[in-house]
Design a protein around this ligand. Sequence first.
Ligand code: GLN
Length: 207
Amino acid sequence: MKSLPEVLVGVLGLQGAVSEHVDALNRALSELGLKGRVLTVKNPEQLERVRGLIIPGGESTTIGRLSARGLASKIREKASQGMRILGTCAGMILLAKEVYDARIGRVNQPTLSLMDMEVVRNFFGRQRESFEVPLTLPILGRELFPGVFIRAPIVEKVWGEAEPLATYNGKIVAVQQGRLLATSFHPELTEDLRLHKYFIKLILDTL
Ligand code: GLN
């Protein structure tokens, strides 16, 4: 029987919910019965080794600033060569081509500008900084997915190759563009590993 190759997955480790994603990936790999390793990526040399990268939630301006030298251009280069990327919350903002802030309007913060989508940061405002809602996410099956939102962005619109995967109150909260995935919510803060498993399968081309 042909065995699957070992998969090396990275989590961008500059700021934010890094260890939660590392844990979720490790658990997802083991539940899938795969040999795999998870690497916290802090520099271009580490990035060179991974086939997939998670950009975690945190503060998108901080992560953007910290990756501005070297890492950001390396991420873009690897993405053009086929690296899979999952961006969650701040990670979603960093993947977007257009960024607005709910209060300020259009902002010019540095992003990777990889996905055909316009996001609005801090969409839910101060009244609802964090909340959890069950989401319909057909790529993961019929069982609803627990959507944990923390000062979350929404996607105002997508174009080109980007496709909405889920909505909440009429707003897009998950998007896929080929090898790139983005969610407004935090799958790493739940016990549900289906999104991490989906991402691993995307890396292995076994979807
Ligand atoms: N509000 C944050 C930002 O704009 C994102 C919050 C999060 O990642 N939990 O970067």
